[in-house]
Ligand binder design. Sequence first.
Ligand code: PNS
Length: 161
Amino acid sequence: MSKTVICPGSFDPVTCGHLDIIKRASGMFDKVVVAVLVNSSKTPTFTTEERIDLLQQATAGLRNVEIVSFEGLLAGYCKNSGIDTIVKGLRAVSDFEYEFQMAIANKKLNPELETIFLTADADSTFLSSSMVREIGSMGGDIRNFVPACVHERIAAKLRNR
Ligand code: PNS
């Protein structure tokens, strides 16, 4: 039976850490749905369209990866899409409490949902989208933090904010 998993996130913007988790999931499962959260109560730096576009470019070489967006509860989106497995990256112990809470809440909302954690690559343990936004908006070099093929687009947007 073919196995589809979901990698949800804000991806504001995609980082090398995100891409590492997506690539590894794509090697482990038949299909990976990367789901970009549309959070109407927050204004992200990159629009939903930009975040999707950047992810599409960054994952262009991965044939079993699809980029979608979702609004509302992840558990509901998974139920409606027939997906029963969430894959998330864990960078450090500090991530654990929040991720653990989310995994339990998602399972309460949809008992069929399992959450699998992949340990972040050693080079990505310190990395976050918010750090990329801060460094990039102050003119710092984010080349090592975001996928090479989207570096210029991300850097330009952050410089011009
Ligand atoms: O990249 P992030 O911001 O850590 O991703 C968090 C995300 C999008 C996975 C999480 O906020 C989420 O699933 N939001 C959707 C709303 C929801 O289902 N909330 C309850 C989860 S306990």
